[in-house]
Every structure is written in C-alpha cells, then in structure tokens.
Write a protein that binds this ligand. Sequence first.
Ligand SMILES: Nc1ncnc2c1ncn2[C@@H]1O[C@H](COP(=O)(O)OP(=O)(O)OP(=O)(O)O)[C@@H](O)[C@H]1O
Ligand SMILES: [Mg+2]
Length: 378
Amino acid sequence: MENTLKMLSSVINPATGKSMSEEDRWINAEADEKGQLTVTYQREGISPEQKRKIEEDIISALKGSYDEDKILVKTVSEKKSTQTAPNNSQEKPTSAHANLKVGHGVQGNKKRIPNVKKVIAVSSCKGGVGKSTVSVNLALSLQKLGNKVGILDADIYGPSMPLLLNKKGAKPQATEDKKIRPLDAYGMSFISFGLFINEEDPVIWRGPMLGGVLNQFFFDTDWGELDYLIVDLPPGTGDTQLSLVQNTEVDGVVVVSTPQDVAIADTIKGLKMFQQVNIPIIGMVENMSYFAPEDSDKTYYIFGKDGVKNAASSQDVKFLGGVPLEMGMRESSDEGHPYMANDKNKTKAGWNSYMEIAENVVKIVGTEKKGIFKKLFK
Ligand SMILES: Nc1ncnc2c1ncn2[C@@H]1O[C@H](COP(=O)(O)OP(=O)(O)OP(=O)(O)O)[C@@H](O)[C@H]1O
Ligand SMILES: [Mg+2]
C-alpha cells in the first residue's frame, strides 16, 4: 500500500487544487492475490465530473505498474459508497443534466485538431435513425463539393463504419512518429473503434478509458489536412458525447432524426445538450422523410410528414433537408458501397437530398476561420 500511495501522490483534487494525499483522502490502495488493485478514497465535496478526472489521474499514475483493467476505484462518502470497475463500471451519465454540468466545467481546456478546419458531429439521442448512414453520405457529398473529408466513428457500442465502408477486418498502421494512420475509404480518411476490437468482444470501457481512446482518435491520429472531419456518434448523451464536448473543439452538430414524434422528442433532448455546452447546432436532417416507390407516382409519409422540419422551426435551428427512404440506401450500407459513392444513384431523389444537405452545411459552417463562423451563427 505504501508504494501505491506514493504513486498516487501526484493525484490532485480538482475541487481544491490540493493533492489527495495532502487532504488525507486515500482510504485504501491494496491489491488482492489476483492482482486486482482497489483504490478507495473519500469523496466528500467532489462533483461527478471531478470524480472522473480523479479516476483518470489515478489510472495514469498507476498504469506503469498495474494493468488498467485491474484497477478498481471506489469512493466513500458519508451518504453513500460507489465503485467503478472493469465489470461494473458502466457508470454512464444517463441524464442530460449530469452531462451538461460536466460540459460547463471544462470549456477552457478544449483542443483543436491541427490542420482540420471543421469538426462536425452527427448526433441523435435515438438509436437507429440513420446517423451512420447520414454521416457517411454527408461526408461523401462534402467530398463531391471539393472538400477533403475524414470520418471518425466514435460509436464504441456499435461501430458500423467498417461495414459501411467495406473495411471490416482492416487494421490501421502506425506512422513513423507513432500516430495512428487512418484508413482510406472512397478517398476519405477514416478511423473507427471497430478497427481495434473484434466483433465478438464485449465492449466494456470505463468512462476515463473511453475518453482516452477518443482523444487518441482525435489528436494522435495523422488526419493530415482536412476541410471537414465528420464524427459519427453513438445514440444518446453518454460518455462519448461527454468526452467529445470536454476535449475537442466541435464546430457544429448535425442532428439526425426520423419524423415521428417519439424519435423527435428524444432528438430534441440531444440537441439541447449540445446547446447547453455552447456547441452550435448546424441544423437538423430528416431521415426516412418519405417513401416514393419507383413503380408509382405516389409518395408515402410512413413516419409522418415534416416532423423534423417542424421541430427544427420550433427549436429555432435550421432545417438542412430530408432524405427519403430508399431501398438502395439500406442495400448500399450492407454492401459496404455507400449510396453517394455509387454513380448509379445520381438520378435518385436521395442523391439530390444529400447534395442539398451538404451544400447547406457548407453554407452554414464554411471552412473559414472560427470568428467568421461564429458570426454566421448569430
Ligand atoms: N434513408 C434511408 N433509406 C433506407 N434505409 C435507411 C435509410 N437511412 C438509414 N437506413 C437503414 O437503417 C438502418 C439504421 O441506420 P444507421 O445504422 O445509419 O442508424 P444509426 O442511427 O447510426 O444507428 P445506431 O443508433 O445503431 O448507431 C440501416 O440498416 C440503414 O441502412
Ligand atoms: Mg450508428
């Protein structure tokens, strides 16, 4: 325990700026016979976001001597005791409220990715509304407008980009200066959690570890010069979103939803989360807007008409466009040959909808310096 405590002496309590040792907060730092190390500290007066920072610092102080997976961080306070461990550590913030607080607390420490002009996150609180499909096809449409584009698949729980871009099983290499070299897919640089884990692996990542991996994807990846980096987020307002808003300068968010009420209600929650942490909403995309069968001139509004358009107007954000339901869109995803990378779709309504959305994004975000961009949002 003595040795471990020495290693932990660098850990600072962000609430006071003093070291945790100085404040006599360490209660226990002992390994069991299986090598599982339990570190327990007194948490009184430490907020959830400060607790995360402490966890990160504990892990980085100890990782030279202990395997990260073997570190269990426990806290005790007069009111309750909690723990964070590899197997029960999914202490994800489930309410937008907790996330907002964290976002507010760290606004000053965000970094830009060198040589990347604009970072755009594609988000939705609801799963399965087409974020990944929109991310890929928006990225390709931006490329068609003459931009250099990268894709970062930040969906740790269900990374779908390797499949969508036909790169399943590909392994990214390191550059000479030990950075991750993104893969090239359809002329775009891309990186995904899915390239680093096996499909069958259970994905058990702790908040702080997740943040570390995401940071590596943003800052230790050789993105080169990019006009746009599109970040495909997992659904919700969990650890990934939190880590993103804490660490990275995000230039704007494209919010995707399908038009039905149940999806929109969730989507607005996500939208407000980004607004609360002062990340501009570029606008909303309505996916699966309508279905117009090729063998008929009818149009079916399967999930209702204009739901997202109306929501955008009620939330005072821009409506970027609607993407129809097309069989080819689903098929191209499954085949790893994205819809907008396939010229045979040029005559389809979906193609035009994506080009229009990309043009709107460029109009709103531009690739000018941030000051000008900010003015555009006023
Ligand atoms: N406009 C569309 N027309 C037809 N199929 C679509 C359309 N948009 C998305 N899909 C299909 O819907 C399914 C879900 O899409 P996708 O994986 O992009 O959603 P997601 O929001 O990223 O999901 P998750 O929340 O799991 O990350 C996929 O099979 C995709 O091919
Ligand atoms: Mg997805």
